[in-house]
Design a protein around this ligand. Structure first.
Ligand SMILES: Cc1cc2nc3c(=O)[nH]c(=O)nc-3n(C[C@H](O)[C@H](O)[C@H](O)COP(=O)(O)OP(=O)(O)OC[C@H]3O[C@@H](n4cnc5c(N)ncnc54)[C@H](O)[C@@H]3O)c2cc1C
Length: 431
């Protein structure tokens, strides 16, 4: 078996940015060589695949995880690091779209998702800059305030610890009076996303699963009662396949990608703020985003860098446009930052589904996966990975899962919509 040791994240300066610079090293892994047999083969080394692998390996199952590039190469290594509870949609909209059974089951699971992530981090001693002080969904103007009040009422009816802060309380938490209020969600928090992914990978290996990187699955065949997967260096036979490739899917399950419209999202990280600034800006270290259609987000990392993001791709003319906009936006929010330097810049692609809901798909007998996280994948990926482990272990049936199984449906006009999102974000940030 074996042999190429990986150079982590050598994918260009704008792929994983700050997270690549500050994450602890991943476990030593090699590309698959030769033929191996397993009970379960998991494809994709993000949160979904690794949570599934970890729970199965801890239950004593023989697991091989194949990652095409490196652990956290996809969304898991590029995101903002907001450990959100629930989904992008307001709770009543989730319930209306899925029906009360699936809807309320999904809301309960994902409402408890951040606590599950935090418990996993504690249990495995994962060093990933975890902050447990919640998130602030900030209201822009009266319309924004009305929106977060609706969310507050809907979550409070479900017993969630959320509360709308007035403009004064919000300003004290943020260090800016730009917002009309904010919905504080005490369940949520922030983490260093690539560090969490790498920490999960270390736990997966310790639990006894085999993890191969640089091993893209290029073909999959059912023959006749086992799955046979091919990578450039080797093959795997297994009873079950878990497809955990989401927005970065390549190979046999590329259709998962074509079901989604990619929305680019970038982040810029400043140099560490001075102690004086840190006493004023986000002293509680909550994660923040706002109610605008082309939203912004911000948070601190452990060293006190301000990580500021919005919709857009840092490529071609987008790089200069978005960076200039970010500088203007930051000086409106926090004039005391002056012309602070950006130390890191990166972007990734968020996979959006037509109705903003995630998907549960099957791909033939004993082949299953969740996808379509719409920018909410840290807690959902962790929870859904565990749900898949319970399904495979026979402790749950499909009927017990939080989503119904659906057909993969390609997104209409995908390419033109993706081009529109990328160009539209530039236009919005130019104006
Ligand atoms: C810029 C950005 C900001 C975001 N912000 C947040 C946030 O603040 N909070 C939040 O909760 N979520 C956020 N998200 C969403 C979150 O990152 C994703 O939903 C999450 O990473 C999905 O996890 P996953 O494990 O399913 O997929 P991924 O993390 O994308 O992992 C999929 C993996 O599959 C691998 N793969 C693909 N095809 C193959 C193949 N054929 N063979 C082998 N391997 C393959 C890829 O290389 C990749 O490593 C953000 C996403 C982006 C891009």
């Amino acid at each position: 078996m074996l042999s190429t040791l990986q150079t982590p994240h050598s994918h260009g300066p704008r792929s994983h940015g700050l997270w690549q610079a500050t994450a602890p090293a991943p476990p030593a892994t090699t590309a698959l060589q030769g033929h191996v047999s397993a009970e379960i083969v998991i494809v994709g080394g993000g949160y979904t695949g690794m949570s599934c692998a970890l729970h199965l390996a801890e239950a004593g199952r023989r697991v091989v995880l194949l990652e095409g590039k490196e652990v956290g190469f996809g969304g898991a290594g590029r995101n903002v690091g907001l450990i959100n509870a629930g989904l992008w949609l307001a709770p009543d909209d989730v319930s209306a779209a899925l029906g009360p059974d699936h809807g309320e089951r999904l809301l309960k699971l994902l409402g408890e998702g951040p606590a599950e992530v935090m418990a996993l981090i504690d249990r495995h001693g994962i060093d990933c800059e975890l902050e447990r002080n919640g998130t602030l969904h900030c209201a822009v103007g009266a319309a924004g305030l009305a929106e977060i009040r609706v969310r507050e009422a809907q979550w409070q009816r479900r017993g969630a610890p959320v509360r709308v802060l007035d403009a004064i309380e919000t300003a004290a938490k943020l260090g800016t009076s730009a917002y009309a209020g904010a919905l504080h969600d005490a369940r949520a928090g922030t983490l260093q996303p690539l560090a969490y992914a790498r920490g999960l990978a270390t736990a997966v290996v310790k639990a006894g699963a085999t993890l191969h990187t640089s091993s893209p699955v290029t073909a999959a065949e059912r023959k006749p009662d086992r799955w046979h997967l091919c990578t450039p260096g080797g093959t795997v036979d297994a009873d079950w396949v878990v497809v955990a490739t989401d927005a970065y899917s390549t190979g046999p399950w590329h259709m998962v990608r074509t079901e989604q419209v990619h929305l680019p999202y970038f982040n810029l990280a400043t140099q560490p703020l001075s102690p004086d600034l840190l006493r004023k800006i986000l002293p509680g270290r909550e994660g923040v985003w706002d109610t605008k259609t082309i939203l912004s987000s911000f948070r601190l990392d452990r060293a006190g860098r301000l990580v500021f993001g919005s919709v857009g791709a840092l490529r071609n003319s987008g790089t200069a446009v978005h960076k200039a906009w970010a500088r203007r936006a930051l000086s409106r929010l926090f004039p005391e930052l002056g012309d602070i330097a950006f130390e890191h810049e990166w972007y990734g692609q968020i996979g959006m589904t037509g109705d903003a809901l995630p998907r549960l798909h099957t791909f033939g007998p004993n082949a299953v996966g969740f996808s379509g996280y719409n920018g909410r994948g840290i807690a959902p990926g962790t929870v859904f990975g565990r749900e898949l482990a319970l399904l495979i272990s026979g402790e749950k049936t499909y009927a017990d899962l939080p989503l119904p199984v659906s057909e993969v449906t390609p997104a209409p006009f995908r390419r033109s919509r993706e081009a529109w999102y990328e160009a539209g974000a530039q236009v919005a940030h130019l104006l």
